[in-house]
Design a protein around this ligand. Structure first.
Ligand SMILES: [Zn+2]
Length: 253
């Protein structure tokens, strides 16, 4: 059912959480908008303004790597300053209370880890943009280091000592999805008895698959999203409201 108002939505959500043994939060861009992180995929979002750089271009062209890094550095202030929002803090409370084993996220902003969820318990489907890694050897690089090298070389993206290309630790268009993260997300979706989809339109693959896996395994499905989603009709509870406002009462002390 679609909650007629936010109070009813919170009350029904509280009941679902209390009844559940294992809650799996699944988050998308909507949980981070109040933190100043732009929603890349929304109309008017960054990807509507700039054509995304596909992975094959990144590896084929120095200029594509330079442009990719130029865009990332332009975002650095927003990413570096972002603090967990009310939604992140509420989910961290569920995690600390032992209700949620972790979180599966489409976000790349590191805010779940920042809110206190153990890094090993955050399953990132699209990677993480707050650091970089070598595509060949996997060595980790910090954004500040890449920026220094980039500036010192006259706006040229640096390479790893092994000769590999250094890229933010995100999954680009055309780059294969992280197999381990996908497997873990699937196991968690099948193992929960309440799947809590938050701030995701649930359209982009593989996001669309997980609510169904959870439902097939007998879980309840609750959806918190400003806009309608593909799964509203099959959900046990749908709340179309501001995510921070809905989840604020769930922040523990
Ligand atoms: Zn390397």
């Amino acid at each position: 059912m679609i909650a007629p108002d936010i109070e009813t939505g919170r009350r029904l959500l509280t009941e679902l959480i209390e009844k559940a043994q294992v809650v799996l939060p699944f988050t998308g861009a909507g949980i981070s908008t109040e933190c100043g992180i732009p929603d890349f995929r929304s109309p008017g979002g960054l990807w509507a303004k700039y054509r995304p750089i596909p992975f094959d271009e990144f590896v084929a062209q120095q200029e594509a790597r330079n442009e990719s890094w130029r865009r990332r550095f332009a975002m650095e202030e927003a990413f570096a300053a972002a603090q967990p929002g009310r939604g992140h803090r509420a989910l961290a409370s569920l995690y600390r209370a032992g209700k949620a084993p972790g979180v599966v996220t489409q976000n790349i902003d590191n805010l779940h880890q920042h809110s206190g969820i153990g890094a090993d318990d955050v399953v990132e489907l699209h990677g993480n943009t707050t650091y970089a890694s070598c595509l060949a050897c996997g060595r980790r690089y910090e954004i500040a280091w890449v920026r220094d090298q980039f500036a010192a070389a006259g706006e040229r993206a640096p390479d790893c000592g092994c000769g590999g290309f250094i890229k933010t630790a995100t999954i680009s268009f055309g780059q294969s999805m992280p197999a381990t993260a996908l497997r873990r997300a699937e196991a968690m979706a099948r193992g929960c008895d309440l799947f809590l989809a938050i701030g995701s339109s649930l359209v982009v693959w593989p996001a669309a698959g997980f609510p169904l896996m959870a439902k097939q395994s007998g879980a309840r499905l609750a959806i918190l999203n400003r806009e309608p989603t593909e799964f509203d009709a099959v959900a046990d509870l749908v709340i179309h409201d501001d995510i921070g406002c809905v989840l604020e009462p769930f922040i523990g002390h």
